[in-house]
Design a protein around this ligand. Structure first.
Ligand code: BDR
Ligand code: CA
Length: 316
């Protein structure tokens, strides 16, 4: 078991993506967290871009010692769906960041996840999943023993009372690889779900984005540039001022869980119906005997999340 004063060991699995990028920056800036590695997956953009974007962000943070791994280039069963309209053609629209010099690790992301979990003490490593769940599902298939060694999975995905953002029923990360999500939610690993119900409340208003620019640092300026573009792709369409800042909520939850509230229920994934493919179905009222497998977050303190982000990103 982890003692309270030692940093929490995490693996971040992501598809950067501007909000993934800000989540990685928050983790790299936070003393409560030790990032064992950043694994990447195809999602917002193709894998060749997500792995490169992860390295760009580690370099922006000045953390070139971070290990970055490339994983699955497409979902388990369905063809890849990407989200350039939200994140820009190359995934990190907004700032112009230099081509990364730090290396991509040779090991496949799935092998890294398995090795890290088998080598570290049981119950000491958490998985932060910020993209489609393909790598996590493949790791669970490759070495089922890892399921009892994971401390917890905290993932951004799903939409419950709020519906979806890609189809009326489904949120992007689950929609892209519903079969992988089904494997993860059936794995028995304790899961915290950060769905759209919570993240749609964490909006990049102009004032909040301006606070990053006021830092006057490379990281602050790049973050403001990313979030301004991210905002433009959502604003007006759905939320008035600002777009939802999804993935950083996962890291914020690990650092300050008191900023969030939710409830433990069973969550199952739709993998058959064309109409509702990728829907996250919560047994909110225990009308089945399906086991409770996830804490679903529904409330987020948006001011608290942005205050934490600004405080931590200032350190980089
Ligand atoms: C999720 O989809 C992606 O576009 C974001 O990075 C986030 O992980 C939100 O639905
Ligand atoms: Ca993401």
């Amino acid at each position: 078991m982890r003692s309270q004063d030692t940093p929490r060991k995490i693996i971040i699995d992501a598809d950067p993506g501007q909000d993934d990028a800000v989540a990685i920056l928050l983790a790299l800036a936070s003393q409560e967290i030790q990032v064992l590695g950043v694994t990447t997956v195809a999602g917002n953009v193709q894998l060749a871009l997500t792995e490169k974007n992860a390295r760009k962000i580690c370099e922006l943070a000045g953390k070139t010692e971070t290990k970055v791994f490339a994983g699955a280039s497409c979902p388990l069963v369905r063809p890849l769906v990407t989200a350039e309209e939200w994140h820009g053609e190359a995934g990190l629209g907004g700032p112009t960041l230099p081509e990364p010099l730090m290396p991509l690790q040779k090991l496949h992301a799935v092998d890294f996840i398995v090795q890290a979990l088998m080598n570290e003490d049981p119950g000491t490593v958490s998985l932060c999943l910020l993209g489609p769940l393909t790598n996590m599902a493949l790791a669970l298939i490759r070495e089922p023993l890892i399921s009892s060694r994971i401390d917890q999975i905290v993932l951004m995905g799903g939409g419950f009372f709020t519906g979806g953002n890609v189809t009326p029923a489904a949120e992007f990360n689950i929609y892209v690889d519903p079969h992988a999500a089904d494997i993860v939610f059936r794995s028995g690993v304790p899961i915290v779900v950060m769905p759209l119900d919570a993240t749609n409340k964490v909006l990049t208003t102009r004032e909040r984005v301006a606070a990053f620019r006021r830092l006057g640092t490379k990281v602050g300026t790049a973050t403001a540039d990313m979030l301004e573009l991210f905002e433009r792709s959502d604003t007006g369409r759905r939320f008035g001022e600002g777009g939802p800042l999804h993935d950083p909520c996962v890291i914020a939850y690990l650092i300050k869980p008191e900023l969030f509230a939710g409830r433990e229920v069973n969550v199952s994934i739709e993998t058959v119906s064309d109409l509702t493919m990728g829907m996250t179905v919560a047994d909110w009222w225990s009308v089945t005997d399906r086991p409770k497998n996830a804490i679903v977050i529904s409330e987020a303190d948006a001011d608290g999340v942005f205050a934490l982000l600004v405080e931590r990103l200032e350190r980089l």
